[in-house]
Design a protein around this ligand. Structure first.
Ligand code: GDG
Length: 457
C-alpha cells in the first residue's frame, strides 16, 4: 500500500465526508446508501469527529463502536472557525447557492481550507491502498483529490457535490475560481445532483479553467480527464412509506383537526430554503381567501443550523418576524395560521406529519436536490395523497415535474398554487402522486449509489 496499512485488499470503498456519521447506530440517507458497500468491501468511512482539540491530529483514529469501520480526526478551534464556518459555510455554501451578496472572502478562510484538506490528505495516504476506490462527499473537501495525487495516490477517486454548482459568472466571484476547477479535475468522476449543475460545472471547467469538453460528459484539463455527470440523490422510499403509515396514528393529539387542512414545510433554518417567501405567500393566500380562515394552517419545522454565523442569525430573525406578522394579521382565539417550530422534530414524527398534511411547501430559492420533497411524496396515502408544491430551483424538480412547480420569488403564483392544491380533485392528486412515486421507487437510494459507483469503476 501507500501507507502502513499492510497487505493490499481488493477495491475497498473509502467514503469521505466532513463529518463521519455519528453514534453507534448511524442513520441518514447517505449512510443507508453506502453502509452495505462499505461493509462488503471492508471499506472505511473517514472524516472529522466533531471533537475540538488544542493540538491538531496527525493520524486518523478508529471509532470502535458501530456497524462499519470508521476513522476520524479532530479539528482545532481555529480550523473549525476558518475551514468549516469560514470557507466552507460563508464562502462555498452561499456561492454555490448563488448568494454572492453573502460572501465573506478572507485569506485566512481559504488558507485554513487548504491546510485542513492537505492535513487530511497526509493522514489518508497512510491508510489507503492502491486498489481502494475513494468517494469524497461535498464542498468541504473539494481539493482532497489534488492533495492526495500530490502525495502519489493513483486511486480512482470520485467526488459528489450535495449542493448546486454555480454558473461561470457566479463562480468568478471567488478570487480563486480557477483553483476550484482544477481541484475538481483531479477526480475521475464528478457527480452533481442535477443536469443543471452538471452543465454548470462543465461550463466552469471550460470557460474558467480552459478545459476541453469531450463527448459523454468527459472534460480534459491538462493531463487530467474527468467525467462530469448528474447522479440525483434519492431516499429509501419504501422504508419511508412504511414509517409514515405506522406513525400517522401516533401523532400527538390535536395535530390533526377535523375541518382543518394542514400544510407542512421542513427545512434546516437556512437562507437558501425560501422560508420568508413561503410565509409571505401563505399570508397572501389568506388575504385572498377569507373563506379558508381557520380551515388551514401551516406547520413550518426549521431546526437551527450553523448558529453564530451572521446570515443564519438574520434568517432566524426575518422568519420569526414574518410568521409573527402573518399570525398577528390573521389569528383569532381558535386558530393561528402558522406554527413556526425552531427545533428538531424526531424523524418518526416528521414521517407522520408528512402523511397527515394535505400540502407540502418545498420552495427553496436554490437547492442541490431537496430530500423533503421526496420524503413527503413517499409518506402519502396513495388513496388520498397530498399535493407537493415544489420550487423550480430544487434539483428535485428535474425528476418531479408532476408536482405543482412554482417560482419561489413569485409570491402571487405561490399563493395561487396553494389554492390550486387545496382544490385539486382526488383523481388529479392520485395521478400526480402515482407518477411521482414511480420515480421514487425506481430511482431510489441504492439506484443512486450503484450509479455513482459504476461510473467510478
Ligand atoms: C443537502 C442539500 C440535498 C430536517 N429537519 C428535520 C429533519 N430534517 C431532515 C429532512 C431531510 C434532511 O433533514 C434535509 O435534507 P434536504 O435535502 O432537504 O436539505 P439539506 O439539509 O440542505 O441537504 C440538499 C441533501 O444535502 C442530500 O444530498 O438534497 O439539496 O442542500 O431528510 O427530513 N429530520 C429530523 N428532524 C428535523 O427537525 N429528524
Amino acid at each position: 500500500g501507500y501507507g502502513r496499512e499492510g497487505r493490499a485488499r481488493m477495491g475497498r470503498l473509502i467514503c469521505i465526508s466532513n463529518r463521519i456519521p455519528s453514534g453507534p447506530n448511524p442513520s441518514g440517507g447517505l449512510v443507508v446508501a453506502l453502509h452495505d458497500t462499505i461493509k462488503e468491501t471492508g471499506g472505511i468511512w473517514i472524516g472529522t469527529s466533531g471533537e475540538i482539540v488544542d493540538t491538531p491530529d496527525n493520524t486518523l483514529h478508529e471509532i470502535t463502536d458501530g456497524p462499519f469501520r470508521r476513522m476520524a480526526f479532530d479539528l482545532t478551534e481555529a480550523e473549525q472557525e476558518n475551514y468549516y464556518f469560514g470557507f466552507s459555510n460563508q464562502v462555498l455554501w452561499p456561492l454555490f447557492h448563488g448568494r454572492t451578496d453573502l460572501l465573506e472572502i478572507h485569506a485566512e478562510y481559504l488558507d485554513s481550507y487548504k491546510e485542513v484538506n492537505r492535513r487530511f490528505a497526509k493522514m489518508l495516504i497512510e491508510v489507503i491502498e492502491p486498489e481502494d476506490r475513494i468517494w469524497v462527499h461535498d464542498y468541504h473537501l473539494i481539493p482532497l483529490a489534488l492533495y492526495l495525487r500530490q502525495l502519489g495516490a493513483k486511486n480512482r477517486m470520485g467526488f459528489f457535490l450535495h449542493t448546486p454548482f454555480p454558473n461561470p459568472i457566479t463562480l468568478h466571484a471567488l478570487p480563486n475560481a480557477e483553483d476550484v476547477c482544477e481541484w475538481l479535475a483531479n477526480y475521475e468522476v464528478v457527480g452533481m445532483q442535477s443536469e443543471r449543475d452538471a452543465r454548470a460545472a462543465i461550463a466552469c471547467l471550460t470557460e474558467i479553467a480552459g478545459a476541453q469538453e469531450l463527448a459523454g460528459g468527459f472534460v480534459q484539463l491538462g493531463e487530467r480527464q474527468c467525467r462530469v455527470a448528474a447522479f440525483p440523490i434519492a431516499i429509501d422510499a419504501q422504508e419511508f412509506r412504511h414509517l409514515a403509515e405506522e406513525q400517522i396514528d401516533r401523532l400527538p393529539a390535536g395535530v390533526i383537526k377535523p375541518d382543518r387542512q394542514l400544510i407542512i414545510g421542513v427545512d434546516r433554518l437556512d437562507y437558501t430554503k425560501g422560508v420568508p417567501q413561503r410565509f409571505k405567500a401563505f399570508g397572501e393566500f389568506l388575504s385572498r381567501h377569507e373563506e379558508w380562515h381557520r380551515h388551514v394552517s401551516l406547520i413550518q419545522i426549521s431546526p437551527p443550523t450553523r448558529e453564530g454565523v451572521e446570515a443564519y442569525d438574520n434568517i432566524r430573525e426575518e422568519t420569526e418576524h414574518l410568521s409573527g406578522q402573518v399570525n398577528g394579521q390573521f389569528a383569532d382565539i381558535q386558530w393561528a395560521p402558522i406554527r413556526f417550530i425552531n427545533r428538531p422534530v424526531p424523524r418518526e414524527t416528521l414521517a407522520g406529519l408528512y402523511r397527515a398534511a394535505q400540502i407540502a411547501l418545498v420552495t427553496p430559492l436554490m437547492d442541490g436536490m431537496n430530500l423533503v420533497a421526496k420524503e413527503f411524496v413517499a409518506a402519502q396515502n396513495p388513496e388520498d395523497p397530498g399535493v407537493l408544491i415544489l420550487s423550480q430551483f430544487a434539483g428535485a424538480a428535474e425528476q418531479m415535474d408532476d408536482a405543482l412547480i412554482v417560482n419561489p420569488h413569485d409570491i402571487e403564483q405561490m399563493a395561487t398554487a396553494i389554492m390550486t392544491a387545496l382544490a385539486m380533485p382526488l383523481q388529479d392528486r392520485r395521478r400526480r402522486h402515482e407518477a411521482l412515486m414511480d420515480v421514487l421507487l425506481t430511482k431510489d437510494v441504492s439506484w443512486w449509489s450503484k450509479g455513482f459507483l459504476t461510473a467510478l469503476g
